[in-house]
Design a protein around this ligand. Structure first.
Ligand SMILES: Nc1ncnc2c1ncn2[C@@H]1O[C@H](COP(=O)(O)OP(=O)(O)OP(=O)(O)O)[C@@H](O)[C@H]1O
Ligand SMILES: [Mg+2]
Length: 265
């Protein structure tokens, strides 16, 4: 179970930028505080896969860090299953991030890291094997991260996240930097995993197609201070095909436009 309630969340940071850029608000001087997120209200339901889009710098990662308890709000609060988040790791949360593998451990040990609670050795070994096979890393169990390609590292990271079987999986741009085919494959893995396990999953992505193909729901945030510009449920069966779903294509164009691209190709 993981229902998340974001209530009147505000996060302020200190403006450390000495030389302002063209898009910056001229009223915010170096040394001033500014709102990255301002009085944001948003709920994520139990079991939902929500894809979050928004311009760079609008506060997506900040919001995820606060949900995971790695950062604290300036005001407002985040509740997970009715309990206020005060610190990391209160509710079996897994944050998927790039370069999350421990370099001194093999693929096998990295995946096993989240399964320390499993006392039954056979069960633990079969779980590790299952996830290694799922991401097609069999044969590489005893390799260290530096002996893997970038794509293989990311697949090992994904296996590690899924093996933990978290109540809440938080993914911040999980597919960035992957080659096209690995991207497609990992996206499929995440969708399959979610269909099967139905755990609350938050995915921040810059890829509008990822969001439309994966999400039970899409949330588009505005530029900073982040507010919700679009919040819609996607009740379409998977796999989703834009060509056969004109409403989805229409939504795709609208989101592109919302994010500042006039002609989606
Ligand atoms: N620790 C910090 N101190 C000061 N400013 C910060 C800090 N962390 C983030 N910021 C600022 O907060 C804003 C939002 O950052 P955040 O990383 O949440 O954006 P984002 O939406 O995840 O962007 P991207 O899509 O590029 O990853 C940015 O202007 C960033 O410079
Ligand atoms: Mg970010």
């Amino acid at each position: 179970m993981s229902r998340i309630e974001i209530q009147q969340l505000t996060k302020q940071y200190l403006n450390r930028r000495v030389h302002p850029r063209s898009g910056d608000d001229p009223a915010i001087k170096p040394g001033d505080t500014f709102d990255v997120i301002s009085a944001l209200d948003l709920n994520f339901n139990n079991g939902e896969m929500v894809c979050i889009l928004g311009p760079s710098g609008c506060g997506k990662s900040t919001m995820l860090r606060i949900i995971a308890g790695f950062d604290v709000p300036s005001s407002g609060q985040v509740l997970i299953d009715g309990r206020k988040v005060r610190e990391p790791g209160t509710d079996h949360i897994f944050v998927f991030q790039q370069n999350g593998l421990l370099p001194w451990m093999t693929v096998w040990d990295n995946i096993g890291l989240g399964l320390r609670h499993m006392k039954d050795k056979t069960e633990k070994e079969s779980t590790i094997t299952e996830f290694i096979e799922m991401v097609e890393l069999d044969g590489f169990e005893h390799h260290y991260p530096h002996q893997l390609s970038g794509g293989m590292q990311r697949r090992a990271e994904l296996a590690r996240a899924l093996a933990v079987n978290p109540n809440l999986l938080i993914m911040d741009e999980p597919f960035s930097g992957l080659d096209f085919l690995t991207h497609m494959k990992m996206r499929e893995e995440v969708v399959n995993m979610h269909e099967y396990l139905r755990k609350t999953t938050l995915v921040v992505t810059h890829d509008i197609d990822d969001a439309l193909i994966m999400g039970d729901r899409i949330v588009v945030l505005s530029s900073s201070p982040a507010t919700v510009r679009l919040d819609c449920h996607l009740d379409y069966d998977r796999p989703r095909d834009f060509e056969k779903l004109p409403e989805l294509s229409q939504l795709r164009s609208e989101i592109f436009f919302m994010l500042g691209v006039n002609y989606a190709v």
